[in-house]
Write a protein that binds this ligand. Structure first.
Ligand code: ZN
Length: 173
């Protein structure tokens, strides 16, 4: 693990708008990448982080998120595909790559993600409520989509204007 974890890229960086490539190499470099991602996530006190957010264009995210039942869900998943269900939930959403502001966004309240772990073994992760939101948000990142891309243009502009710099972020472009 590096002395200081990789900086988190900020909206405007092209890597955040680019669909991520499938993970095909399940060697030690992938394990190191996952450790780096957890380190960046911890410093920023976030609940989820996708590889493009530290400048790596691979389809992989990590999470360390309240699971909605009083516990905490922590893990990683590569090459996820997602299905959603349940009523819409209009909670607040933020993003470490859009540092500072939060905005209300409707998302389905249940989500299931299927993919593989760092050894290539199949994994399925199901979440409800806030964790379901996290799973959808992180899967979006791997398509090059940020939560603000779901907002009306004027709301998106307001969120961008309200961004603030943090020491764990790359400079705001
Ligand atoms: Zn995000």
């Amino acid at each position: 693990m590096p002395d200081s974890p990789p900086k988190i890229r900020v909206v405007g960086d092209p890597v955040l708008a680019t669909p991520a490539a499938e993970v095909t190499d399940f060697g030690p470099e992938l394990a190191t990448l996952i450790e780096d991602m957890f380190a960046s996530l911890a410093v920023a006190e976030g609940v989820g982080l996708a590889a493009p957010q530290i400048g790596v264009g691979l389809a992989l995210f990590v999470y360390d998120c309240p699971d909605g039942t009083g516990g905490r869900a922590r893990g990683h998943i590569c090459n996820p595909s997602i299905t959603t269900s349940g009523p819409l939930d209009d909670g607040d959403e933020g993003c470490l790559s859009v540092p500072g502001p939060y905005h209300e966004l409707e998302r389905p309240s249940e989500a299931t993600v299927r993919g593989v772990d760092r050894t290539g073994a199949p994994v399925t992760v199901t979440g409800t409520g806030y964790f379901a939101r996290c799973l959808q948000h992180e899967t979006d990142h791997l398509k090059g989509v940020l939560y603000i891309d779901h907002l009306p243009r004027n709301r998106r502009r307001r969120v961008l204007r309200d961004m603030e710099p943090y020491e764990w972020n790359a400079p705001i472009p």
